[in-house]
Design a protein around this ligand. Structure first.
Ligand SMILES: [Mg+2]
Length: 204
Protein backbone atom coordinates (compact mmCIF):
# COMPACT_ATOMS: atom_id res chain seq x y z
CA UNK A 1 0.00 0.00 0.00
CA UNK A 2 1.42 3.38 -0.97
CA UNK A 3 2.09 6.01 1.61
CA UNK A 4 -0.66 8.18 0.15
CA UNK A 5 -3.31 5.47 0.24
CA UNK A 6 -2.36 4.35 3.73
CA UNK A 7 -2.71 7.91 4.97
CA UNK A 8 -6.10 8.07 3.27
CA UNK A 9 -7.22 4.88 4.96
CA UNK A 10 -5.90 5.97 8.34
CA UNK A 11 -7.78 9.27 7.94
CA UNK A 12 -10.93 7.34 7.07
CA UNK A 13 -13.44 7.23 9.83
CA UNK A 14 -13.38 4.41 12.33
CA UNK A 15 -16.37 3.03 14.14
CA UNK A 16 -16.97 3.15 17.85
CA UNK A 17 -19.08 1.56 20.48
CA UNK A 18 -20.19 4.39 22.75
CA UNK A 19 -21.09 3.04 26.13
CA UNK A 20 -22.80 4.58 29.12
CA UNK A 21 -20.94 4.42 32.41
CA UNK A 22 -23.21 4.25 35.51
CA UNK A 23 -25.53 1.25 35.52
CA UNK A 24 -24.00 -0.10 32.32
CA UNK A 25 -20.23 -0.54 32.79
CA UNK A 26 -20.22 -0.04 36.55
CA UNK A 27 -22.77 -0.63 39.28
CA UNK A 28 -24.71 2.21 40.82
CA UNK A 29 -23.93 2.77 44.49
CA UNK A 30 -26.48 2.97 47.28
CA UNK A 31 -26.31 6.36 48.94
CA UNK A 32 -27.36 5.98 52.61
CA UNK A 33 -27.78 9.70 53.16
CA UNK A 34 -30.28 10.23 50.36
CA UNK A 35 -31.67 6.70 50.13
CA UNK A 36 -31.05 6.44 46.39
CA UNK A 37 -28.77 4.63 43.99
CA UNK A 38 -26.25 7.07 42.57
CA UNK A 39 -22.97 7.28 40.66
CA UNK A 40 -19.86 6.14 42.52
CA UNK A 41 -17.98 9.16 43.86
CA UNK A 42 -15.00 7.32 45.30
CA UNK A 43 -12.70 4.90 43.54
CA UNK A 44 -13.30 2.18 46.16
CA UNK A 45 -17.01 2.27 45.28
CA UNK A 46 -16.44 1.36 41.64
CA UNK A 47 -17.66 -2.16 40.83
CA UNK A 48 -17.85 -3.51 37.30
CA UNK A 49 -21.20 -4.77 36.06
CA UNK A 50 -21.20 -8.46 35.11
CA UNK A 51 -19.74 -8.93 31.63
CA UNK A 52 -18.33 -5.40 31.41
CA UNK A 53 -14.74 -6.45 30.70
CA UNK A 54 -15.78 -9.19 28.28
CA UNK A 55 -17.97 -6.67 26.45
CA UNK A 56 -15.12 -4.17 26.07
CA UNK A 57 -12.70 -6.90 24.94
CA UNK A 58 -15.27 -8.32 22.55
CA UNK A 59 -16.18 -5.13 20.73
CA UNK A 60 -12.52 -4.09 20.49
CA UNK A 61 -11.74 -7.46 18.94
CA UNK A 62 -14.29 -6.56 16.23
CA UNK A 63 -12.30 -3.38 15.56
CA UNK A 64 -14.45 -0.83 17.39
CA UNK A 65 -13.10 1.89 19.60
CA UNK A 66 -14.73 1.87 23.03
CA UNK A 67 -15.72 5.34 24.18
CA UNK A 68 -17.50 5.97 27.46
CA UNK A 69 -20.06 8.79 27.35
CA UNK A 70 -21.36 9.87 30.72
CA UNK A 71 -23.40 12.67 32.31
CA UNK A 72 -21.79 13.78 35.56
CA UNK A 73 -23.99 16.67 36.76
CA UNK A 74 -22.44 16.40 40.24
CA UNK A 75 -19.61 18.54 38.86
CA UNK A 76 -22.01 21.42 38.12
CA UNK A 77 -23.93 20.90 41.35
CA UNK A 78 -20.77 20.87 43.45
CA UNK A 79 -21.34 17.36 44.82
CA UNK A 80 -18.41 15.91 42.86
CA UNK A 81 -14.96 17.41 42.34
CA UNK A 82 -12.92 16.99 39.15
CA UNK A 83 -10.31 15.13 41.22
CA UNK A 84 -12.94 12.67 42.52
CA UNK A 85 -14.21 12.10 38.99
CA UNK A 86 -10.67 11.53 37.74
CA UNK A 87 -10.03 9.01 40.54
CA UNK A 88 -13.24 7.12 39.71
CA UNK A 89 -12.27 6.99 36.04
CA UNK A 90 -8.76 5.80 36.86
CA UNK A 91 -10.24 3.01 38.99
CA UNK A 92 -12.75 2.03 36.30
CA UNK A 93 -9.97 1.87 33.70
CA UNK A 94 -7.74 -0.11 36.08
CA UNK A 95 -10.44 -2.69 36.88
CA UNK A 96 -11.06 -3.17 33.16
CA UNK A 97 -7.34 -3.25 32.34
CA UNK A 98 -6.81 -5.97 34.96
CA UNK A 99 -9.24 -8.05 32.87
CA UNK A 100 -7.54 -7.27 29.58
CA UNK A 101 -10.05 -4.59 28.54
CA UNK A 102 -8.96 -1.11 27.52
CA UNK A 103 -11.05 2.02 27.03
CA UNK A 104 -10.13 4.36 24.19
CA UNK A 105 -11.62 7.49 25.72
CA UNK A 106 -14.07 8.85 28.26
CA UNK A 107 -16.24 11.84 27.33
CA UNK A 108 -18.08 13.47 30.17
CA UNK A 109 -20.80 16.13 30.36
CA UNK A 110 -20.10 18.16 33.53
CA UNK A 111 -23.22 20.32 33.24
CA UNK A 112 -26.65 20.40 34.82
CA UNK A 113 -29.58 22.27 33.31
CA UNK A 114 -30.27 24.01 36.64
CA UNK A 115 -26.86 25.67 36.33
CA UNK A 116 -26.48 26.05 32.60
CA UNK A 117 -27.89 24.53 29.43
CA UNK A 118 -25.47 22.64 27.21
CA UNK A 119 -25.41 20.60 24.03
CA UNK A 120 -23.65 17.61 25.53
CA UNK A 121 -25.86 16.27 28.33
CA UNK A 122 -27.51 13.07 27.14
CA UNK A 123 -30.21 12.80 25.65
CA UNK A 124 -28.42 15.37 23.49
CA UNK A 125 -25.82 13.93 21.12
CA UNK A 126 -23.04 16.46 21.86
CA UNK A 127 -20.62 14.03 23.53
CA UNK A 128 -20.89 11.55 20.68
CA UNK A 129 -20.50 14.29 18.06
CA UNK A 130 -17.45 15.73 19.78
CA UNK A 131 -15.84 12.29 20.02
CA UNK A 132 -16.62 11.71 16.35
CA UNK A 133 -14.95 15.00 15.36
CA UNK A 134 -11.91 14.53 17.56
CA UNK A 135 -11.36 10.84 16.88
CA UNK A 136 -12.59 10.54 13.28
CA UNK A 137 -15.47 8.27 14.17
CA UNK A 138 -18.18 7.41 11.65
CA UNK A 139 -21.35 7.76 13.71
CA UNK A 140 -23.49 5.78 11.25
CA UNK A 141 -21.21 2.78 11.68
CA UNK A 142 -21.15 3.15 15.44
CA UNK A 143 -23.29 1.96 18.32
CA UNK A 144 -24.57 3.50 21.53
CA UNK A 145 -25.13 1.06 24.37
CA UNK A 146 -26.71 1.97 27.69
CA UNK A 147 -29.27 1.30 30.39
CA UNK A 148 -31.18 4.55 30.06
CA UNK A 149 -33.70 6.10 27.71
CA UNK A 150 -31.32 9.07 27.42
CA UNK A 151 -28.63 6.74 26.06
CA UNK A 152 -30.93 5.53 23.31
CA UNK A 153 -32.06 9.09 22.56
CA UNK A 154 -28.49 10.41 22.38
CA UNK A 155 -27.40 7.53 20.17
CA UNK A 156 -30.33 7.99 17.81
CA UNK A 157 -29.81 11.75 17.64
CA UNK A 158 -26.17 11.16 16.71
CA UNK A 159 -27.14 8.69 13.98
CA UNK A 160 -25.78 5.58 15.70
CA UNK A 161 -27.44 2.23 16.10
CA UNK A 162 -28.61 1.76 19.67
CA UNK A 163 -28.91 -1.04 22.19
CA UNK A 164 -30.86 -0.74 25.42
CA UNK A 165 -29.33 -2.95 28.11
CA UNK A 166 -31.63 -3.85 30.96
CA UNK A 167 -33.93 -6.31 32.60
CA UNK A 168 -37.16 -4.95 31.15
CA UNK A 169 -39.03 -7.24 28.80
CA UNK A 170 -38.45 -6.26 25.17
CA UNK A 171 -42.16 -5.48 24.65
CA UNK A 172 -42.14 -3.17 27.68
CA UNK A 173 -39.06 -1.39 26.39
CA UNK A 174 -40.70 -1.04 23.01
CA UNK A 175 -43.81 0.58 24.42
CA UNK A 176 -41.87 2.79 26.81
CA UNK A 177 -39.34 4.00 24.30
CA UNK A 178 -41.84 4.36 21.47
CA UNK A 179 -43.59 7.00 23.53
CA UNK A 180 -40.31 8.93 23.84
CA UNK A 181 -39.60 8.45 20.13
CA UNK A 182 -36.51 6.57 21.25
CA UNK A 183 -37.01 3.00 20.18
CA UNK A 184 -33.65 1.20 20.33
CA UNK A 185 -32.45 -0.93 17.42
CA UNK A 186 -32.07 -3.80 19.87
CA UNK A 187 -32.59 -4.66 23.50
CA UNK A 188 -30.38 -6.96 25.54
CA UNK A 189 -30.75 -8.26 29.08
CA UNK A 190 -27.07 -7.63 29.78
CA UNK A 191 -23.77 -6.70 28.19
CA UNK A 192 -23.18 -10.25 27.01
CA UNK A 193 -26.38 -9.95 24.99
CA UNK A 194 -25.35 -6.53 23.68
CA UNK A 195 -22.04 -7.95 22.48
CA UNK A 196 -23.92 -10.69 20.62
CA UNK A 197 -26.13 -8.10 18.90
CA UNK A 198 -23.07 -6.17 17.71
CA UNK A 199 -21.26 -9.34 16.66
CA UNK A 200 -24.22 -10.54 14.59
CA UNK A 201 -24.56 -7.17 12.84
CA UNK A 202 -20.85 -6.78 12.28
CA UNK A 203 -19.51 -6.94 8.75
CA UNK A 204 -15.74 -6.71 8.66
MG1 LIG B 1 -26.81 4.61 33.07
Amino acid sequence: MSRASSSVSSAAARAAVFVDRDGTLNEMVYDDTHGIFDSPRRPEHVRLRPGAAAFVRGVRALGYEVIVVTNQPGLAKGTLTPAELEAVHRRLAALLAARGAALDAIYCCPHHPSVRACACRKPKPGLLRRAARERHIALRQSWMVGDGVVDVQAGRAAGCRTIFVGQLKPEVVEKLFDECDALPDATAANLRGALEVIRRAHRP
